[in-house]
Design a protein around this ligand. Sequence first.
Ligand SMILES: Nc1ncnc2c1ncn2[C@@H]1O[C@H](COP(=O)(O)OP(=O)(O)O)[C@@H](O)[C@H]1O
Ligand SMILES: [Mg+2]
Length: 367
Amino acid sequence: MLSIRELTKTFASPSGELAAVDRISFDVAPGEFFTMLGPSGCGKTTTLRMIAGLETPTSGAIAFDGRDYTRVPPQQRNIGMVFQSYALFPHLSVFENVAYGLRNRGVKGTELERRVAEVLGALQLDGFKTRLPSTLSGGQQQRVSIARALVYRPSMLLLDEPLANLDAKLRIQMREEIRRIQREFGILSLYVTHDQEEAMAISDRLALFNAGRLVQIGRPGDLYRQPATLFAADFIGRANFFAARLAGRDASGAKIALAGGPELTVARVVALAPEEAARVPADVDGLLMARPERIGIAPGSRGIRARIGRMQQLGGCQRYIVAAEAAVGEVTVDSWRAGEEYGEGADAALTLDGSDCVLFLRPEKSA
Ligand SMILES: Nc1ncnc2c1ncn2[C@@H]1O[C@H](COP(=O)(O)OP(=O)(O)O)[C@@H](O)[C@H]1O
Ligand SMILES: [Mg+2]
């Protein structure tokens, strides 16, 4: 198991010390696929490089299988790494690219042949042994770089935005492929991406970062349904916000009233941090968050009054971008009902179920 404790890395910058990674802690279980997700510059690569030993932590600790790794040199960590740039040797064949590190470690003869053949087989690269990297597609080149990382039989695999150079369709294929390989090898994997959809699709658990801090850790569905901050609600999936007044509380949750709308009971209540409370309109107590597929839309006026702005046909569902009475910003509604389409400019009513929503309350209202 991998254990990260209070890990911190500061860099000198023109405006003083910058905490690229700020006291983060998490554990990754054996065989787990764990993703670090967050916007560009939030500290994902720096964290990965500290785990690999390529960057020295300013403070904090990294332990693996009970051993303190914090100051262990990279070559003694037995870690496989895969980067966005495939970093293959252009003049060496696929076989030699994969064999390179093993040769350096003194593996040769039939043992070398066997181990290279084994990973090439697992990555479905058997037919490409003698090819040069330049004759392969981007996806195949990335498979070679994964084969090269796995051929050492590392105890951990670190992947830093490995799909960022591929086109959208191939990215989706390759992420399935990476997940299949990871399961086959049963190897603890740490994956870095800024793409929330990719992170959701591929991970056992994920850690959401923002500005060097850990915002939330959990399974993809938990982060989607129960975001811990407004940042998490916005960054993962789409979030709609409604201005809410607190009417009371009981064992089943918070009773709230929406401006011009119905009363709801919400069980999932989150206290906002002061810096996020500024997003709550002055005259209300908090923001109610609802996902697009959890909002009902119907003609008439039974519910929150709304007007359709745009409609997008997404294939399986219709997406409406609407202006709604109680909403803060525009509202996205995904409707799965077949045969019902509302034209742009039409009046409609939105309905919410409190059990699908999260209520973010001003800190002073959360007690
Ligand atoms: N070697 C370095 N020197 C100074 N600042 C750095 C260095 N490496 C990273 N940073 C800064 O640390 C922050 C986090 O960077 P990084 O870990 O690469 O983010 P991410 O991978 O999430 O995009 C950024 O503000 C970046 O500019
Ligand atoms: Mg990065």
